[in-house]
Write a protein that binds this ligand. Structure first.
Ligand code: CO8
Length: 256
């Protein structure tokens, strides 16, 4: 299996599983990735997604240069052949945690950047080597990176194609924490569980407000926040959360 998609309680996990090719994304993996994202999006019982790679060497070395890149070239001339864009698939209301276990290069780095939170193994590294292939990132790298780290560092990564290690990524604020390899999945799980304790509709509203803030004026953003805030008063989760606080018990959120 090029990709493993599992669900346990409220947490779903996608694992890129082509260790023989540094978990590079071939057409099958891309299709399975898109299908898993769509399933997670529609599944009312799955609240948080963790994305990781099999083994300790690679999270994902990007698009498979041998099988995927030629196909992408074909799609350029026949855009109707394009599968659902992974970028579109990752525009999820629900939170996504990247558990970056090793090399995250090209499209792999871009998938990591599209996650809301990133936990890196000490063995992780991040880079956009597309320029070495005569390409540029096509899954959001040129757009997300300069919005996430200082422009000079983004330019260094995007223009030289050289990767940065996990500690440098942490220093730049690109990852939330760096942990030893054995601690990676437990740390991602712990973060996912912490999120799952909260009202899921509130978590999604917070994510929406936060992401949209980047392309709105402060005035527009404050109005959006007020609309999302006001809408949450109408939810069962709001009644449950406030009721549980007053009754000094744990809330039992249903996402309604
Ligand atoms: N594609 C295909 N095969 C790969 C890839 C890849 N991206 N990465 C590694 N492999 C394969 C190698 O071909 C090799 O296979 P084989 O043993 O059959 O020859 C095997 O993995 C081991 O690789 P190396 O021998 O090169 O091992 P090293 O330890 O020397 O190096 C690296 C590992 C650093 C991962 C190196 O292989 C490398 O640089 N790989 C290419 C990484 C890269 O350039 N990624 C960017 C690809 S382009 C991209 O992602 C664009 C995304 C945007 C698309 C937008 C579409 C809409």
């Amino acid at each position: 299996m090029a990709l493993i998609y599992e669900k346990k309680g409220r947490i779903a996990t996608i694992t890129f599983n082509r260790p023989e090719a540094f978990n590079a994304m071939d057409p099958t993996t891309l299709q399975e990735f898109s299908a898993s994202l769509m399933d997670f999006r529609e599944d009312a019982d799955s609240w948080v997604l963790i994305v990781t790679g099999a083994g300790e060497k690679a999270f994902c070395a990007g698009a498979d240069v041998k099988s995927m890149i030629p196909l992408m070239r074909e799609w350029r001339e026949k855009p109707w052949l394009m599968p659902p864009s992974i970028v579109r698939g990752m525009e999820l209301a629900k939170p996504v945690i990247g558990a970056i276990n090793g090399l995250a290069l090209g499209g792999g780095c871009e998938i990591a950047l599209a996650c809301d939170l990133r936990i890196a193994s000490e063995k992780a590294s991040f880079g956009t080597p597309e320029v070495k292939l005569g390409l540029i990132p096509g899954w959001g790298g040129t757009q997300r990176l300069p919005r996430m780290i200082p422009m000079a560092k983004a330019a260094e990564i995007l223009l030289t194609g050289a990767a940065i290690d996990a500690q440098e990524a942490y220093r730049l604020g690109l990852v939330n924490k760096v942990v030893p390899p054995a601690q990676l999945m437990p740390a991602a799980q712990e973060m996912a569980e912490a999120i799952c304790k909260n009202g899921p509709l509130a978590v999604r509203a917070a994510k929406e407000a936060m992401i949209k803030a980047k392309s709105l004026s402060l005035e527009e953003g404050l109005r959006l926040e007020w609309t999302l805030f006001s809408n949450l008063f109408l939810t069962e989760d709001f009644k449950e959360g406030t009721g549980a606080f007053v009754e000094k018990r744990k809330p039992n959120f249903q996402g309604k």
